[in-house]
Design a protein around this ligand. Structure first.
Ligand SMILES: C[S@@+](CC[C@H](N)C(=O)[O-])C[C@H]1O[C@@H](n2cnc3c(N)ncnc32)[C@H](O)[C@@H]1O
Length: 255
């Protein structure tokens, strides 16, 4: 299972890195990252694990803000890219599986950030248990996923209208929520900013919000905050995301 997922990210590593473009996509800048920033708070001097760090832009971002950062990712290619593109910041990057962080000792971290990763892995309880183990008591976990009620990489779909010539986006009028309770894997291609398919399909694991919350509780966390962030500007491109949340972000404390 993990090998199959690792292969998907290996095959897509370069195209994914181009999509992220060093600082994240417009959706990240406009919606997700400001919320994650607020939930993490002042990271200066804090020991932070970036779990599923991808090409490393969040690791670099929080290292620049004074955190002592370790980035872990299952894809060797992405970790090589992290190391190549991280010049000034001092960050420990490791190839590793967040379902089993055996190479990290207990209570090493103040903060764990797991940004847009848990929807791509099968081992939700195992990874949350590992986050709980590597956090010190009172340590904070912030994780985000694409909102499970409104995610097209799952059971729902957009009922779309015409393409708006100004924004070049389809005017999605309705999001059809269906089969919300069917927790299962979906395979989907991502597309580049130019609209080309990624080389390989990704696995997405659809889960309900209560599954995430109950998995947190059963692995020793208490929920501190649950956010459905909205766009921070009035950019017309994000009209759809002003009506229906794109992401959901959880902040939990190790009890
Ligand atoms: C959508 S990307 C998010 C990357 C980064 N957190 C960000 O926000 O840009 C998901 C990442 O999770 C990694 N990943 C998937 N399964 C993993 C696992 N079991 N252990 C560690 N990393 C994993 C992938 O290689 C990929 O880099």
């Amino acid at each position: 299972m993990d090998e199959r997922i690792a292969e998907q990210w290996e095959a897509n590593a370069e195209v994914f890195t181009n999509l992220i473009d060093g600082t994240g996509t417009p959706h990240h800048h406009e919606i997700l990252n400001p919320c994650v920033d607020r939930l993490l708070g002042d990271v200066s001097g804090k020991v932070l694990l970036d779990a599923g760090c991808g090409e490393g832009y969040l690791s670099r971002n929080y290292a620049r803000k004074g955190a002592i950062v370790t980035g872990v990712d299952i894809s060797r290619k992405l970790i090589d890219i992290c190391k190549r593109t991280t010049a000034q910041e001092e960050i420990n990057f490791h190839v590793g599986n967040i379902c089993n962080l055996h190479f990290i000792s207990d209570s090493e971290f103040d903060l764990v950030l797991c940004n847009l990763v848990l929807l791509n892995i099968a081992c939700l309880p195992e990874s949350l248990s590992e986050f709980s183990r590597v956090l010190r008591p009172g340590g904070i976990l912030v994780f985000s996923v694409v909102h499970p009620a409104f995610n097209v990489y799952g059971p729902g779909s957009w009922e779309v209208g015409e393409k708006d010539p100004k924004t070049r986006r389809r005017t999605g009028q309705y999001f059809k929520v269906d089969r919300y309770f069917d927790e299962k894997e979906y395979l989907r291609y991502w597309r580049t900013r130019q609209g080309e398919k990624f080389p390989k399909q990704f696995s997405f694991y659809h889960r309900t919000i209560s599954t995430y919350v109950n998995a947190l509780i059963s692995t020793g966390f208490s929920l501190v905050s649950l956010r459905e962030p909205r766009p921070v500007s009035d950019n017309a491109f994000f009209d759809r995301e002003r009506r229906i949340p794109f992401f959901i972000v959880f902040k939990a404390k190790k009890t």
